[in-house]
Design a protein around this ligand. Structure first.
Ligand code: FAD
Length: 154
C-alpha cells in the first residue's frame, strides 16, 4: 500500500468542506479542512485533524479556541483561498461568534474551546467543546476524489 493508494481510497469518502479559523494577537488565520466530525452530543464536542506542517497547529495551541465554518456551495473560492491555492484574492470578511473569528456566509459557524489535543502520526486531533453555533439555510459545498462538487437537484 503506497501513499497515492491511501489518498485515493480516502478521497472516495465524500465530505463537506470547512474553514477552521482562529485568532492570535488580533491576527486571524484560516485553513481549509475536511477532516472534521461531530464527536459527542452531551457534552457537545467536535474534532478537527490538523497536519503537523500546517501553520494552524501552533496558532490553535496558542489561542486555545477555533471555529469550524461549514462552507456553502457558492464558497469554493473561499475554500481555495484557505487551502493556499488562490493567491491574488479579495479580502475575506470575518465576523466573531463568542469571541472567535467566523466566516461570513458559511452554512454553519461553530465556535469552540480546545478541550483536548491528541497527536496521532503526522496530525493533531483537536477536540473542540462547542461554545456557540449560527446556522444559515444554504446548500453545502462537497469534496470528492480531489474535486469540488455540488448536490444534484432532484
Ligand atoms: P497557510 O498555508 O499559510 O494558509 C492557508 C492559506 O490561507 C494561505 O494562502 C493564506 O494566505 C490564507 N489565509 C490565512 N488566513 C487568512 C486571512 N485571515 N485572510 C485571508 N487569507 C488568509 N489540511 C489539514 O491539516 N487538515 C485537513 O483536514 C485538511 N483538509 C483539506 C481539505 C481540502 C478540500 C483541501 C483543498 C485542503 C485540505 N487541507 C487540510 C490542506 C490545508 O488546507 C493546506 O495545507 C493549508 O495551506 C494549510 O494551511 P496553513 O495553516 O499551513 O497556513
Amino acid at each position: 500500500m503506497d501513499d497515492r493508494q491511501f489518498r485515493e481510497a480516502m478521497g472516495k469518502f465524500a465530505t463537506g468542506v470547512t474553514v477552521v479559523a482562529t485568532e492570535v494577537d488580533g491576527n486571524i488565520h484560516g485553513m481549509t479542512a475536511n477532516a472534521f466530525m461531530s464527536v459527542s452530543l452531551n457534552p457537545k464536542l467536535v474534532v478537527v485533524s490538523i497536519a503537523e506542517k500546517a501553520q494552524m497547529l501552533e496558532k490553535i495551541k496558542q489561542s486555545g479556541t477555533f471555529s469550524v465554518n461549514i462552507l456553502a456551495a457558492d464558497q469554493q473560492e473561499v475554500s481555495m483561498i484557505f487551502a493556499g491555492q488562490l493567491k491574488n484574492h479579495q479580502e475575506v470578511v470575518f465576523e466573531h461568534l463568542n469571541g472567535v473569528p467566523v466566516l461570513s456566509n458559511a452554512s454553519a459557524q461553530i465556535s469552540c474551546e480546545v478541550s483536548a489535543a491528541h497527536v496521532e502520526g503526522d496530525h493533531t486531533l483537536f477536540i473542540g467543546k462547542v461554545t456557540d453555533i449560527r446556522i444559515e439555510d444554504a446548500e453545502p459545498l462537497i469534496y470528492y476524489s480531489g474535486k469540488y462538487r455540488r448536490l444534484a437537484e432532484d
